[in-house]
Design a protein around this ligand. Structure first.
Ligand SMILES: *[C@@H]1O[C@H](CO)[C@@H](O)[C@H](O)[C@H]1NC(C)=O
Ligand SMILES: *[C@@H]1O[C@H](CO)[C@@H](O)[C@H](O)[C@H]1NC(C)=O
Ligand SMILES: *[C@@H]1O[C@H](CO)[C@@H](O)[C@H](O)[C@H]1NC(C)=O
Ligand SMILES: *[C@@H]1O[C@H](CO)[C@@H](O)[C@H](O)[C@H]1NC(C)=O
Ligand SMILES: *[C@@H]1O[C@H](CO)[C@@H](O)[C@H](O)[C@H]1NC(C)=O
Ligand SMILES: [Zn+2]
Length: 465
């Protein structure tokens, strides 16, 4: 029962109203009681042997080495030196690219490394024309190469002054931690063959205005690329908050409800069918919660029903701006004395984004969350397309139709009570392109997901409107 997620409400309900409801107040009966309906309770997909083995190779010591090396460049402010071999963003870019090339060398040609760049004119906190370079390792899919998933961190850093390109800006957590996720996954996945394509990106210019990710997303969009998911990692390197509390086994994931590309008319249609919690962004989020909260990652993925806790934005926004589903991971307990601060001691308090405040085991677990999600996406068929729900007949039956996908071996209808957050029930329907379910569309949300011959399931599609 969804209300029982809140213990207080649960206790109150168990002692009063809930005793009168079907299920008799036993929380273990939760989703089975109302509404009644066909299918079985959804059991989250678990990582298979290959994925489990791959994730065991994600190494906290390597995460530490990556972050320590990035910090050693002194500052990675976007306007810092492009040419100094030891200090500044150019040296960091060249080191990341060289590392990615050593990973690509193990891939039998599947992985390529590029450093696409452009010159950003002076604008806002960019004080003079500045070379914005991303580093992107692309692991080509072996079955469905034009379907793309992206994982990113930003390798630029900042101190208290976003335009200060000379003084130290260590950027260990913000966002050496996210770059470490992308690099470590590139390393362990390079020797494997994903079905779809995965891009591992370290982007620049985030702090000034998401310039690097905007460049990457707009390049993909102008190429007509089919990006079906983007995972942004920004500040994923510490489990300790500013009040000293620790939360080492939770990662927050910000997933926006209404895509920013929708027109007012589209938003009105969405709201008219109660789909405000069923955008492709939320389906991506649900998928990640389902596949990546398990003993392999040792993490609970906590989906936040808003774009970003403090509306600070991030590189996922650049992908959302082109209609691509994208989410942002951020540690659950933040310490703002270690973000966007000059390195200094003030009243006995150490400020600055220093390596000593990082938790490499936590950072490695976040990498595994990303790795399990990406691999599960890339091994599954794509999300079914063209899903419709027939609302013309006043019956208790609901008829769903979708476009057949040659890469799918079968399909599953998933459903949940309309006020639930996660899909709760699943009905295998075989290799068909329509299904009638004995369940009223007035009571529940329906989705359809594709299942590959390998058993991997796609994120759910929601009906078109
Ligand atoms: C940015 O700098 C890199 C490294 O020097 C260079 O290869 C690239 O051509 C530059 N980009 C532009 C658009 O000038
Ligand atoms: C921030 O740094 C830039 C570049 O050095 C400088 O021009 C600007 O005055 C600084 N701003 C503040 C508030 O110190
Ligand atoms: C609902 O679907 C079932 C199974 O297809 C069918 O037997 C039944 O007649 C349908 N009922 C209505 C009201 O459409
Ligand atoms: C439709 O379902 C409701 C319960 O949700 C039930 O009360 C009603 O009798 C059903 N109607 C038909 C025609 O099956
Ligand atoms: C699923 O059905 C489609 C359309 O009938 C067919 O082309 C495809 O070969 C079937 N796939 C499997 C795995 O049976
Ligand atoms: Zn950041």
């Amino acid at each position: 029962m969804r209300l029982l997620q809140n213990t207080f409400v649960g206790l109150w309900l168990a002692s009063s109203v809930f005793a009168q409801l079907p299920g008799n107040g036993d929380p273990s009966l939760e989703v089975a009681d109302w509404p009644p309906g066909p299918g079985s309770l959804l059991v989250p997909q678990q990582p298979d042997a290959e994925l489990t083995a791959m994730m065991s190779q994600v190494d906290p010591a390597r995460v530490q080495a990556i972050i320590t090396k990035l910090v050693s460049f002194g500052t990675r402010n976007t306007m810092s030196s492009q040419t100094d071999p030891n200090r500044g963003i150019g040296a960091a870019r060249d080191w990341i690219a060289a590392q990615m090339r050593t990973f690509a060398a193990t891939s039998e040609g599947r992985m390529t490394v590029d450093t696409p760049s452009y010159i950003q004119a002076a604008k806002g906190s960019i004080l003079f024309p500045t070379n914005i370079s991303n580093v992107v390792a692309t692991l080509k899919g072996s079955i469905d190469p034009t379907r793309i998933y992206v994982v990113s961190g930003h390798y630029d850093s900042r101190n208290s002054n976003v335009s200060d390109f000379t003084n130290d800006a260590p950027g260990a957590n913000d966002d050496g931690s996210g770059v470490a996720v992308a690099m470590e996954l590139a390393r362990v996945m390079a020797t494997h063959k994903p079905g779809a394509t995965i891009m591992f990106a370290a982007v620049a210019g985030e702090e000034q205005s998401l310039f690097g990710s905007a460049f990457m997303a707009s390049t993909l969009a102008s190429d007509g690329a089919n990006v079906e998911g983007m995972l942004n990692n920004d500040i994923v390197g510490s489990s300790t908050g500013d009040d000293g509390t620790k939360d080492p086994f939770t990662i927050r994931m910000f997933a926006q409800g209404i895509p920013p590309t929708e027109t007012l008319a589209q938003i009105q249609s969405r709201v008219s069918i109660g789909a405000e919690n069923d955008s492709p962004i939320r389906q991506l989020g649900r998928f990640v919660v389902e596949v990546a909260s398990n003993p392999v990652t040792q993490m609970n993925v906590q989906m936040e029903y808003r774009p970003d806790r403090y509306l600070r934005g991030g590189d996922h926004e650049s992908f959302l701006a082109h209609g691509y589903p994208a989410v942002r991971f951020t540690e659950p307990r933040e310490n703002f004395a270690h973000q966007h601060q000059n390195v200094r001691v003030q009243n006995g308090v150490q400020f600055g984004d220093l390596v000593e405040f990082c938790d490499f085991d936590f950072n490695a677990r976040v990498a595994r969350v990303n790795g399990v999600a990406l691999w599960s996406l890339a091994q599954a068929p794509g999300t079914p397309r063209g899903l419709t729900l027939d609302t013309s007949m006043l019956t208790n039956n609901s008829t769903l139709k979708w476009t057949p996908d040659p890469l799918a071996a079968s399909y599953e209808v998933v459903w949940r009570a309309s006020e639930d957050t996660m899909w709760t029930h699943v009905i295998p329907v075989g290799n068909v392109s329509s299904a009638t379910i004995l369940l009223s569309k007035d009571n529940v949300q329906f989705g359809v997901r594709a299942v590959g011959a390998n058993g991997f399931k796609s994120p759910a599609a929601f009906q078109a409107f």
